[in-house]
Design a protein. Structure first.
Length: 466
């Protein structure tokens, strides 16, 4: 029987055995994203299918490929946010890339395999962070003992700190140590200075010049040369509170099994990783359609194809298979169409969902309903200054109306227009807030019109400001 994988998208995280149903996943996404029901359903099914695949007989499990998704819709309607929230819900490694940043092999630009390397790095960080949490108590206990070894000789015994750890302690010394331990835990020794030893690479910082787009080679060369550089010990005098954090971090790193972290991270990438490829429409043109070959179009599609189909990518943590990574692509497709993608690439994205353009009514909901609603964010942002913002319902309607109107007149950037409008609306309050503690600022429809109507009427000015 194959080794069991962590449960994906569980009701209370990965430790629970019962996964969330598609309906529950959609409900969770509804807390943050307004509308776009079809897209939410598609990603919810894709996430649930990952758990279903794990329950299938082993001989068939590897044959079940993920159902990759293409989201079609204008900018600012929630494509990226759906993918990001889905990854957070699944507690899965997630990376967002822009297709236009990559070029065909042989040209200056990022290598498509760097997507998987970035995803693996993220997974390593996730797993290492989880493992640090597990050993945090032991690490702090070890750090506490080392801090006491640094403090006690200076106060009681008069021996060198490095000898204190192994020295026999009599009853008086042990009593002093326990008193120091109590004071340390109460924070009464935090400002005392102790001398700690840190290590750093000897010699100047290595500078390696590589062509643009060769970040992976540059990083690997730096790591290779740093391994040959001797480590130089350096003693520093720092406060006890700072020394505790430094030593606790060292202890946690020492307690973590690096090999197990790497193994688990690679497994998560291979079975739960999510890659979001934005601006896929920018590489949708084929040779000849736009008057000649373009290396940023069909060539990139052909380079991406093996990764999406399933291949093995070499990383510094070992070989990583991409067969069961979920790929979600998105694009506005104003000029190009999904059918302009090469047939092989189209075939690897069997699910197509179209996201709706946002209306004024949607803007009203975005401003008020989600858990992270924009108005809630701005109210919370000014609370530390002692300023309370009071938005009336007609103010919300006016903000939504203006945002929708500007989107029609100029470029439609979806919900991102709300950020622009709100920043302009609250510019004066945000600037003067430190001088207004205890004030309540009422934002009503008249206030919104007074601040924004003049700009809205001047179409040339609104193009640049709103």
């Amino acid at each position: 029987m194959a080794e069991s994988l962590p449960q994906i998208g569980t009701r209370r995280g990965l430790v629970e055995s019962t996964p969330m149903t598609p309906r529950e996943i959609v409900s969770e996404l509804d807390r943050y994203i307004v509308g776009q029901r079809a897209a939410k359903r598609a990603v919810a099914i894709a996430l649930r299918n990952r758990w279903r695949r794990q329950q299938v007989a082993e001989d068939l499990r590897d044959e079940i490929a993920p159902k990759n998704i293409i989201m079609i819709g204008p900018t600012g309607v929630g494509k990226t946010e759906i993918s990001r929230r889905l990854a957070k819900l699944a507690q899965a490694p997630f990376v967002k890339v822009e297709a236009s940043k990559f070029t065909e092999v042989g040209y200056v630009g990022r290598d498509v395999e760097s997507i998987i390397r970035d995803l693996t790095e993220l997974a390593i960080g996730m797993v290492r962070g989880e493992e640090k949490e597990k050993v945090q108590i032991r690490a702090r206990e070890g750090a506490e003992e080392k801090i006491l070894d640094l403090l006690l000789p200076a106060r009681a015994v008069g021996i060198r700190p490095e000898a204190a750890a192994g020295a026999e302690r009599d009853d008086d010394t042990q009593g002093t140590r326990e008193k120091l331990r109590r004071l340390l835990r109460e924070g009464k020794l935090d400002d005392r200075l102790v001398e700690v030893e840190t290590t750093a690479s000897a010699g100047p910082m290595l500078q390696i010049m590589t062509p643009q787009g060769m970040e992976d080679i540059e990083q690997n060369l730096k790591e290779l040369f740093s391994n040959f550089m001797p480590k130089k010990a350096k003693r520093r005098r720092v406060k006890v509170s700072e020394a505790m954090e430094m030593i606790a971090q060292e202890e946690a790193n020492r307690l973590i099994d690096a090999e197990a972290v790497t193994k688990e991270a690679v497994r998560r990438v291979e079975h739960t990783g999510i890659v979001f490829i934005d601006e896929i429409d920018k590489i949708a043109g084929r040779e000849g359609i736009h008057g000649g070959p373009d290396v940023s179009r069909e060539g990139v599609q052909r380079d991406l194809l093996p990764i999406v189909e399933g291949s093995t990518v070499s990383t510094k943590y070992g070989m990583v298979r991409t067969d069961h990574i979920l790929f979600i692509a998105s694009g506005a497709f104003h000029v190009a169409k999904p059918s302009d993608l090469i047939p092989e690439f189209q075939g690897r994205f069997p699910i197509r969902v179209e996201l709706d353009a946002l209306t004024q009514a949607d803007f009203v909901r975005i401003l008020t309903e989600p858990k992270n609603a924009l108005i809630k964010q701005y109210v919370a942002l000014l609370e530390p200054e002692g300023v309370h913002l009071d938005f009336t319902p007609d103010a919300v309607q006016e903000i939504a109306r203006i945002a929708a109107e500007v989107n029609v007149r100029t470029e439609n950037i979806g919900a991102r227009r709300l950020h622009t409008v709100l920043e302009r609306l609250l510019d004066e309050v945000s600037f003067s807030a430190p001088e207004m503690p205890g004030r309540t600022v009422r934002i009503d429809g008249a206030y919104v019109r007074e601040r924004l109507e003049a700009i809205l009427q001047d179409q040339d000015l609104s193009r640049y400001i709103l």
